[in-house]
Design a protein around this ligand. Structure first.
Ligand SMILES: Cc1cc2nc3c(=O)[nH]c(=O)nc-3n(C[C@H](O)[C@H](O)[C@H](O)COP(=O)(O)O)c2cc1C
Length: 222
């Protein structure tokens, strides 16, 4: 694969939240984990640990926790009128109300119940350094890209473990040792064969809107 083909792979990826029920073959899961293993990591500490969850009951618990976490967050945004503004482009009032309810009820984040595989990514804070969160993000991105290369869809899910209270609940579900200073819960990755069309990535800002040359604010390539 040449550099341009590689970029095509990157630009054709999008987050997938609807999955077919088909199981993900073990070889694919192994390659996704292998991809994570090769991510860059500060001082080569490799503090990442992965918990692969296929059990439906456990995924249901994670899905319920995700619904509650997103629900309280989105409800705050609803009360601030931010959610309504985000979806004001939907003209049909019935459809708009449905979408809003889907968001503030938290149902938007339940989808791991339908994803055949969930990979929780946590960091051993006793092994790693201050780099742990960055290491985990690098491993996560490698997994996402490998999943895409396998023809699988995936979605990085952080919202439901964003609060300390929910992170503790998440740890309890998966039997992760509690206590500050042991494990950081980064996020989880939902993985499965996509049920939705993969060809329409989300709109992205143009490079001109984010790149400066030589000095902050300089948009001219010198
Ligand atoms: C740090 C991070 C946290 C995210 N958390 C969530 C989440 O909690 N729930 C969710 O549905 N998607 C989540 N996503 C996926 C983003 O919503 C998605 O990447 C973004 O909308 C861009 O869409 P794309 O991945 O299709 O390009 C997260 C992505 C990142 C990088």
């Amino acid at each position: 694969m040449n550099a341009i083909e590689f970029l095509d792979v990157l630009t054709s990826r999008k987050s997938i939240r609807r999955y077919k029920p088909d199981p993900v073959p073990d070889e694919m899961i192994d390659r996704i984990l292998e991809a994570a293993r090769w991510a860059p990591t500060g001082e080569n500490y490799q503090p990442w640990r992965f918990i692969v969850v296929r059990d439906q009951e456990t995924r249901n618990k994670i899905g319920d926790l995700s619904r509650q976490g997103s629900g309280s967050r989105m409800t705050s945004w609803y009360c601030l009128n931010e959610l309504q503004q985000r979806f004001e482009g939907i003209e049909d009032p019935v459809k708009r109300a449905e979408v809003l309810e889907f968001m503030y009820s938290g149902r938007v984040s339940e989808f791991c119940k339908q994803a055949p595989v969930v990979v929780a990514i946590i960091g051993d804070l006793r092994v790693g350094s201050v780099d742990v969160p960055y290491d985990l993000c690098a491993a996560m991105e490698n997994m996402i890209l490998q999943a895409h290369a396998e023809g699988l869809g995936s979605c990085w899910v952080y919202g439901p473990v964003a609060s300390t209270r929910d992170a503790i609940r998440f740890k309890k579900i998966l039997g992760i040792p509690l206590g500050m200073g042991y494990y950081k819960v980064l996020s989880y990755l939902a993985v499965g064969f996509p049920k939705e069309q993969r060809k329409h990535p989300r709109p992205k800002l143009a490079l001109e809107e984010m790149v400066y040359w030589e000095k902050f604010g300089n948009k001219e390539r010198i």
